[in-house]
Every structure is written in structure tokens, then in C-alpha cells.
Design a protein around this ligand. Structure first.
Ligand code: DGY
Length: 435
């Protein structure tokens, strides 16, 4: 079974590789290169074709802007099957945007540091991978410097995102409170995603109005960070985003140590990490809920709700062991139980929970992968093993889907939704099975 599943996963990945050295997340629905997808995808390639893994990384890093920014989508190819595409985003408005590729003017969670570290750990040809890392690590460092120099409004080490698509958790109910503060125009546009996937599994038209409105705001100021920080109706400090940054800081330090250079950068990364960790523990931990939450920086208030992102600081070693135990209890009691697989993307006990709709409830394998490693980091072997086996069970049962229903429903033929043959689901299957 294991060998067959790995072979099937490899077939999915190979089917999504494009000319130009990048991999699409899923045919039809997502026809370009996405930032955090590419990171997770590389982890799959690394187990059987390291050249492809490194090429995925270098193609993405090649889209970096002059200020260190790395975009969330790189529009390598022309296609009218996706909305909003390159002509909508107009990355060229920013004076330092890539002259080589058009892209979006927003980013996604900073996963590249820990991806490079894991590629090194799994590689059989350490010298080859180390050479690659030596040649590319400064770009990842520059990306972190971009965040700390431009996205840390209050200089407390907490990075903000200015668009829900930057979180990766696109239509989480978390954003509903932000949408309530906005009243964007009713735009006329043609959705493409709902021609690929049933509309009941995707965001609503009104949600898209909000998404587009924020982009229009950012374009009006030519994607200038300072102006965005002043004007964006969406300005949020996200626990997953900041946890990824802390974990990647940590990974960059150990990689710089390995290649034996840039002590100054190592020290800077250490300072950044300490600052972010401290601020996350002061500002983003909710004692009553027992996990980390989002903070609405624009309206200056915490968003008191639990998501799968609430537990990702475990991956970065952010919580004390006491808090980690508290989080594990919440995860087990509120998200788990005998009727559910781990881990729903939104609190199953909240009335807004929707087990079929994108980030409003379904399980995502990349977040499960983060939780698996996070729980292991704290020595919680049984719970981490459960997250792993739930993930693999769902994939074996239903296929390499984009997201899965957390409910255990007897006799149900399909509990899997969104795009099929989804790259990171396949890639992380290979990685989970390698453990
Ligand atoms: C989409 O089109 O839904 C993407 O997730 C945006 O990143």
C-alpha cells in the first residue's frame, strides 16, 4: 500500500510539472506557481528527484523583487482560465517589482527557510544541496529582512498581512469581522474558480468583492508598503504567518552555521526570532481559548476564534511546554474526538464552521503536516501520530484532494473537495510516508 501510494503521489506531482521549471498546485483551478505551495511541493520532489526540488526553489526565488519581496503567485504562463490574473494585479506598478515575471503584489507564508533545511536533511548528496543553499540562502534572508523592515508596523516583531490571500487561509471565518468593517463596491467580473470546482466549496461573490477591493487599494498606492499600512482596511497579525517566519529564521541560522558564514546575519535572525516569539506570546495567545489567535491591527482588537492556524506556533517552538499542553488539550477535545479527523481548519464548535467550504472547516494536509511536526517537537507522540494517520487515511480513502471533510461519516463516497490531484497533498504524502 505504502509503495503504491508513493507511486501515485509521484504521478500526481509529475503530472503538474510545467515547462519553465515550476509546478502548478492543481490543473484548471490554479495554473501558475504559488509561493507556499512551491515550498511544500519541493519537499515531495526532494525524496525522489532533488534536482526538481531545487529547481522549484530557484524558479520561485527568481521572481523576487528588488526589495526582497517574494510574490504569492508568479504568472509564468498566459492563460485566461484564472481570475484575477496578471492584468488585474499589475505588479509592474511597484518600482522594484521583478522585470522578468509579472506577479501578484501580495505574498504568502514564509516557508522557504525550513523547506531548504529539510531538503538538506533528506538529501543523499549533501554537498550538492549545500552548494545550492550557499548560492540561494541570502535571497531567503532578504525576504525575511523585507518583512521586518516593511511589515512590522509597531516594531514589536509581529509581521502584518494586508490581504486574506497572504495568510494562505483564504476565506477563513476569521476575516468575517474585517469584512463587516468594509463596504466595497459590487464589482462585475467573471469568476473562473467556480467553473472548476462546485461553488458550494468556494468563497462567495461578496467575499471576492472584498478581496478585489483590497487589491484596488494597494494598486492605487503602487503597492507601497507604508501607504498600504496606513490605508488598508485589512491589516492583520496572523499566528501561522508569524510562526512560519520564526521557524524559517531558526532554519536559516542553522544553515548559515553549516556553510560557515554570515555571523552578522545569524545574529540578526536570532534577534528577530526572539522578538517575534515574545510578541506572539504576549499579544497572540488567548488564555481563555487556550491557543494563538489573530489580531486585527487596523481595528486594534483581537479576533477571538480558533482555527488550525492557532496551533501552528508549535511548529516553531513558540509556546512554553505548559502552553503546548494546554493547546494539545484544546486540539484533542474541541477539534478531535471520536467523530472527527484532525484537524479542521476552523473551530467545529463555532456556528460558522462549514465542513465542505474551503478554509471554513475542511482539513488541509499542509497544516496537518505542520501540526504533526509541531506536536512531535514537544514530544507529544500519540497526538502527532494521530494527525499523521488521519491525514494518510483520508488521502488513501479519497485521493489527493485539496481539502477534506473533518467529519467521520459512515458510508459517504466522497469526503474530499476542491481541486483534485493537488500537488502539496501528494508531496506531503511522500514526506509523511518517509517518516
Ligand atoms: C485562489 O485563487 O483561491 C487562491 O487561493 C488565491 O491565492
Amino acid at each position: 500500500m505504502k509503495t503504491q501510494l508513493i507511486q501515485d503521489a509521484i504521478d500526481v506531482l509529475e503530472g503538474n510539472v510545467q515547462k519553465g521549471g515550476f509546478t502548478i498546485p492543481s490543473k484548471g483551478l490554479y495554473p501558475f506557481q504559488w509561493k507556499w505551495d512551491s515550498g511544500f511541493i519541493a519537499l515531495g520532489f526532494g525524496h525522489y528527484d532533488m534536482d526538481k526540488a531545487l529547481r522549484e526553489m530557484s524558479t520561485l526565488l527568481d521572481s523576487q523583487w528588488g526589495n526582497g519581496f517574494i510574490p504569492h503567485i508568479v504568472f509564468h504562463t498566459k492563460t485566461d482560465t484564472y481570475f484575477p490574473g496578471e492584468d488585474f494585479h499589475q505588479s509592474e506598478l511597484h518600482p522594484q517589482s521583478s522585470k522578468k515575471y509579472r506577479s501578484t503584489g501580495m505574498t504568502q507564508p514564509p516557508v522557504l527557510g525550513f523547506v531548504l533545511e529539510r531538503l538538506y536533511q533528506m538529501s543523499k548528496e549533501k554537498a550538492q544541496v549545500l552548494e545550492f543553499i550557499d548560492a540561494h540562502i541570502d535571497k531567503v534572508y532578504d525576504n525575511h529582512a523585507y518583512f521586518y523592515n516593511n511589515r512590522d508596523r509597531d516594531r514589536d516583531g509581529l509581521i502584518y498581512i494586508y490581504h486574506n490571500w497572504e495568510s494562505g487561509t483564504d476565506n477563513s471565518p476569521i476575516w468575517d469581522v474585517v469584512w463587516e468593517t468594509m463596504d466595497p463596491p459590487h464589482y462585475e467580473f467573471e469568476r473562473k474558480d467556480t467553473t472548476h470546482v462546485d461553488a458550494s466549496q468556494r468563497p462567495t461573490k461578496r467575499e471576492y468583492d472584498h478581496y478585489l477591493h483590497i487589491i484596488e487599494m494597494a494598486k492605487a498606492v503602487n503597492y507601497n508598503d507604508q501607504a498600504i499600512a496606513e490605508q488598508s482596511p485589512f491589516l492583520v497579525q496572523d499566528p501561522l504567518f508569524n510562526a512560519m517566519l520564526v521557524r524559517s529564521n531558526e532554519a536559516l541560522i542553522s544553515l548559515y552555521e553549516l556553510i560557515g558564514r554570515s555571523l552578522d546575519k545569524q545574529e540578526q535572525l536570532e534577534q528577530w526570532s526572539q522578538k517575534t516569539t515574545k510578541a506572539m506570546n504576549i499579544k497572540l495567545f488567548d488564555e481563555a481559548l487556550g491557543a494563538y489567535i489573530h489580531y486585527d491591527l487596523r481595528n486594534d482588537k483581537p479576533i477571538a476564534a480558533l482555527t488550525s492556524s492557532s496551533f501552528t506556533p508549535l511548529f516553531a517552538g513558540v509556546p512554553s511546554s505548559e502552553r503546548a499542553l494546554q493547546m494539545a488539550q484544546v486540539l484533542t477535545q474541541r477539534f478531535g474526538g471520536k467523530d472527527r479527523y484532525l484537524c479542521a481548519s476552523f473551530d467545529p464548535e463555532d456556528e460558522r464552521f462549514n465542513p465542505k467550504k474551503y478554509w471554513r472547516g475542511p482539513i488541509w494536509i499542509n497544516v496537518n503536516w505542520l501540526l504533526y511536526h509541531g506536536l512531535k517537537r514537544y514530544g507529544m507522540e500519540a497526538l502527532s501520530a494521530q494527525v499523521r494517520s488521519d491525514s494518510l487515511h483520508l488521502i488513501e480513502q479519497f485521493g489527493f484532494y485539496e481539502y477534506f471533510d473533518p467529519r467521520k461519516i459512515n458510508g459517504e463516497k466522497t469526503n474530499a473537495y476542491g481541486g483534485g490531484n493537488f500537488s502539496w497533498t501528494a508531496a506531503l504524502t511522500i514526506d509523511l510516508l518517509s517518516e
